[in-house]
Design a binder for this molecule. Structure first.
Ligand SMILES: Cc1cc2nc3c(=O)[nH]c(=O)nc-3n(C[C@H](O)[C@H](O)[C@H](O)COP(=O)(O)OP(=O)(O)OC[C@H]3O[C@@H](n4cnc5c(N)ncnc54)[C@H](O)[C@@H]3O)c2cc1C
Length: 440
């Protein structure tokens, strides 16, 4: 079942032309539309379902620098600043709060990794503090657990997945962008190998610049034009409680994670637990994903199911004058795993007895789109002039989303980039560069 997400107004009439068409109304597409429109460009955002309907409403909401790969840290600093600014610029709340994030563990290996990451944190001035066993136990008192230590990432925070992307899309509209929901982009109109328009299910929009921010669907969309984007999705489950006892804002333990929402309910999940479905696209790009797969073998189960035949990773070819796979699955809404829901509730209530008897308001599944090195792609597609990609959040693209959207807007508008875009270029997967798997 889909989680709650704020619904926003639709612009019925498709513009005949736009400076930029953004495909996909997740946190990345909404942010990119915002930053493009803010600088005076005409922008049409097309979304096959409704804004925020896929990953961007299904996540925990953590917006962090803590434990990020060094390649992402400059952009994550930009992202946090942009999160700070949205409410003032838009006049609506995204739910972003610099509440800090708390981590505790009883695993010596995990503690050592966090300790080691402090070298990276120092290089980028990240405000983070290791917690002694006593401090960890005082901040995250868990029944029957003796923590070896923990981390307090002081300047990080969380935003509200149910409202963030729609609010930012509304902000883009304030600067003149038009938002078209239930409007799938089927393909591109090309002239001499360059973008001349976007063919949507509701008609053509003439443009010379397209940003594909289609989350898990990005590779499928780009493949039509010979653009190879190695992308694979893993399936995860999370749930939302009804408003309940206040245990803190954002807590990670090896067993479970808890994130308090604005209404006093919690999003509960198990970090890292995921299923990798075998799909035609997965087989196509298996070689690229082998290093990541080997690194995460313990926490990922292998599955096979409907996604072999339907959805973003299935076989697919279509003509742009007929319904495409994008409108056949308006909202990618996999069923949550019942086993995982039971495990989440069991772990949370054992560790935090105050949660005993907590009521589940809803639960959902989601596909998390990943790149082989777990770093997003924010890049021109070199072979198609005017086509840009921004996808591959790899399980941590919500917090980074405004930064991804901002950098994508810089590239599309040919403005000075807010950070060095080199680590995010698509060609790193195709030019023989070594794949170094980052943190998820
Ligand atoms: C359980 C879970 C927990 C997570 N926790 C966190 C977290 O705490 N912090 C964090 O930073 N990240 C987290 N993530 C990851 C985060 O949610 C994603 O990285 C991020 O939301 C990706 O945003 P996006 O805009 O790229 O993609 P999406 O939100 O998936 O948006 C893509 C949109 O494009 C649309 N679309 C696709 N193709 C077309 C087309 N052809 N035409 C029109 N529209 C199209 C889709 O309908 C969709 O709405 C989590 C993810 C999950 C599932």
């Amino acid at each position: 079942m889909s989680p709650l997400v704020k619904r926003i107004q639709n612009d019925q009439e498709l513009p005949a032309k736009a400076d930029v068409v953004v495909i996909g109304g997740g946190i990345v597409g909404a942010s990119a539309a915002f930053f493009l429109a803010e600088r005076g460009l005409s922008v049409a955002l097309v979304e096959k379902g409704h804004v925020g309907c896929e990953q961007s409403s299904r996540n925990w909401g953590w917006c962090r620098q803590q434990n990020r790969d060094a390649r992402e840290l400059p952009l994550s600093g930009v992202a946090l600043q942009l999160w700070d600014e949205f409410a003032g610029k838009i006049g609506e709340d995204t739910g972003f709060r610099r509440c800090g994030l708390l981590y505790a563990t009883d695993s010596p290996q995990q503690l050592a990794e966090w300790e080691k990451w402090r070298d990276t944190a120092r290089q980028f001035n990240v405000n983070t503090k290791m917690l002694s066993p006593r401090q960890a136990e005082a901040t995250i008192p868990a029944n029957g657990r003796r923590w070896l230590g923990g981390v307090h990432s002081i300047d990080d925070g969380k935003a509200e997945p149910a409202i963030a992307a729609p609010t930012i899309a509304n902000g883009a509209r304030r600067f003149g962008a038009t938002i078209h929901q239930e409007c799938a982009a089927r393909g591109l109109d090309l002239a001499n190998g360059a973008v001349a328009g976007v063919i949507t299910e509701k008609g053509l929009i003439r443009t010379q610049a397209v940003l594909c921010a289609g989350g898990a669907w990005t590779s499928l969309f780009c493949r039509q034009y010979g653009v190879r984007f190695p992308q694979a999705s893993v399936r995860q489950t999370a749930l939302r409680t009804r408003p309940t006892a206040d245990l803190g804002e954002a807590i990670y333990t090896p067993e479970c994670s808890l994130t308090r929402r604005l209404d006093g309910s919690y999003t509960l999940a198990i970090s890292g637990r995921a299923t990798l479905d075998i799909t035609p696209q997965g087989l196509r790009y298996a070689r690229w994903f082998m290093p990541m797969f080997l690194k995460r073998l313990k926490s990922v189960q292998i599955g096979i199911g409907k996604s072999f035949f339907h959805g973003p990773e299935a076989f697919g070819s279509w003509n742009s004058d007929k319904p495409s796979p994008f409108e056949r699955t308006r909202v990618l809404d996999p069923a949550p795993s019942r086993r995982t829901i039971a495990a989440i509730l069991d772990r949370v209530t054992k560790q935090f007895p105050a949660m005993a008897g907590v009521e589940v308001a809803d639960s959902w599944g989601a596909y998390v789109d990943c790149t082989p090195d777990a770093v997003p792609v924010i890049s021109a597609a070199d072979d198609v002039k005017g086509l840009y990609l921004a996808a591959g959040g790899s399980g941590h693209g919500f917090g980074l989303g405004p930064g991804i959207g901002r950098l994508a807007a810089d590239l599309v508008a040919n403005d000075p980039p807010c950070v060095d875009p080199t680590p995010f270029r698509l060609s790193r997967f195709l030019d023989g560069s070594r794949v170094k798997v980052g943190a998820i």
